[in-house]
Design a protein around this ligand. Structure first.
Ligand SMILES: [Zn+2]
Length: 440
């Protein structure tokens, strides 16, 4: 009870502090706005010229080119120099594992140490900065794949209540780990997700559902941070038990496997998405095509580790293996895309990576996608993976008013979507605006 009061106090302070940086609007249910875009890629297969998107409250009412359809009294927001896109979706984040680089608050120290020193309420409070950077990158929805002490559930609920600024979150609670996942200083797997054998796996799945998780996460291989090994950890029987238990509750499941063996068994067991998965054999890739399993390769997170290893606190000497892993990860993505596997964009953003969430799209283009195919992985495909394809991932009547304005043509050059975000709306509220040459 005491902890709840402290949390409530820091959250109120958070809204007050943040309002000076990004004005968090709360438009009323009846607020009507007309957004004008020079071009609009709607996620439904249409590229509009001079599009007008009518927004009412948190939803899109209409998409048109007919100015006479703008309701009387509607506020017009002129984004005619920009291309509109649906709000982007990142299906693999760790929003609560945010670390701060600002000297003095808290005192800067290697990120791994910083995390272990912070109580959960402080972690959730600090995570609002990562959440804002994620929004500024055009990401209005995330699937968050692993947290400690149900901080992800707290953060999701605070955002939904309007007490915290951030993307809409779909969360897993504790990811399921076997006992012998290699120890990492400060990063040993949270105890709440440890489960060995089918009965314990069932208990752990049921516990996450009872706690309020939106979906289930299971770690079926070694490999995380500066460790790129991919040894299978859970047996087929344990994976199958988790998949079936999740599905019986109407929940989806995301399975982590750095290597091919865990990937093969996760796909055969019926996972909804497969995370990381390098060196997959052709039979596994074919099975993914047949079953419609989503592949979330998270290639860019290892690039982030290479760029920031000293700040994070990794020991020198891991780089060659990680570089080789990135190459194999990209090659697996290339093969899977060619075979027709469905992809969803996941950054695996953690520590200070928030704001770089969409760099993964650049790797997808390297793997052979057109920019439009890459955009689908972060819109329609990701929405389908969430089971929210009628509300998220497109600009169409009835959908959440989640929109991004970028400067340039993202269909010609994916870097436009990655680097040129100028304005972001989430559920009808403008959450980022750089159109006036300054931060709103
Ligand atoms: Zn992850």
């Amino acid at each position: 009870m005491k902890r709840m009061k402290i949390l409530a106090a820091v959250v109120v302070l958070g809204v007050w502090c943040a309002s000076g940086i990004w004005a968090q609007e709360k438009p009323g249910a009846k607020t009507v706005r007309a957004l004008r875009f020079g071009k609009l890629w709607d996620g439904k297969g249409k590229l509009w010229t001079n599009a007008i998107v009518i927004v009412e409250g948190d939803r899109i009412r209409n998409v048109t080119t007919d100015a006479s359809a703008i309701p009387a009294g509607a506020e017009t927001i002129d984004l005619s120099k920009c291309t509109g896109l649906p709000g982007l979706i990142d299906v693999h984040t760790h929003m609560t594992i945010y670390t701060d680089e600002t000297p003095g608050e808290p005192p800067f120290e290697p990120m791994l140490k910083q995390l272990t020193n912070n109580p959960p309420a402080v972690e959730v409070f600090l995570a609002r900065k990562g959440a804002m950077r994620t929004l500024e990158a055009g990401v209005t929805t995330v699937r968050d794949l692993g947290a400690d002490q149900y901080m992800d559930i707290a953060m999701r609920d605070l955002i939904n209540r309007g007490e915290m600024i951030g993307p809409r979150m779909f969360v897993v609670g504790y990811g399921l780990y076997i006992t012998n996942t290699p120890y990492k200083p400060g990063m040993n797997p949270p105890a709440g997700g440890i489960a060995d054998g089918v009965p314990e796996v069932l208990r752990a799945v049921r516990q996450q559902v009872a706690a309020g998780a939106d979906l289930i996460k299971m770690y079926a291989s070694t490999g995380t941070d500066d460790d790129v090994t991919g040894f299978q950890t859970y047996s087929y029987e344990e994976i199958k038990a988790a998949v079936d238990a999740a599905h019986k509750f109407g929940k989806k499941i995301a399975i982590h496997s750095y290597g091919p063996d865990g990937a093969r068994d996760a796909v055969r067991a019926g996972t909804d998405s497969l995370e990381h998965a390098t060196d997959m054999d052709d039979a596994t890739i074919q099975e993914m095509v047949k079953r419609g399993t989503f592949y979330v390769p998270t290639i860019d997170h290892n690039r982030y580790y290479l760029d920031n290893w000293q700040k994070i606190g990794y020991a020198n000497g891991f780089q060659e293996k990680t570089k080789a892993f990135i190459e194999r990860n990209l090659e697996t993505a290339r093969k899977a895309h060619k075979a027709g596997v469905k992809f969803a964009m996941g950054s695996d953003a953690i520590y200070t990576m928030f704001g770089q969430n969409t760099r993964e799209l650049g790797w997808f283009v390297k793997a052979g996608m057109t920019p439009e195919q890459a955009l689908r992985t972060a819109t329609t495909n990701a929405a389908e993976l969430l089971g929210k394809e009628k509300e998220l991932g497109a600009v169409a009547p009835g959908y959440f008013a989640d929109l991004v304005a970028v400067e340039g043509d993202p269909l010609a050059d994916i870097r436009v979507a990655i680097n040129n975000v100028r304005w972001v709306m989430k559920a009808g509220a403008v959450v980022a605006d750089k159109t006036k040459g300054q931060v709103r």
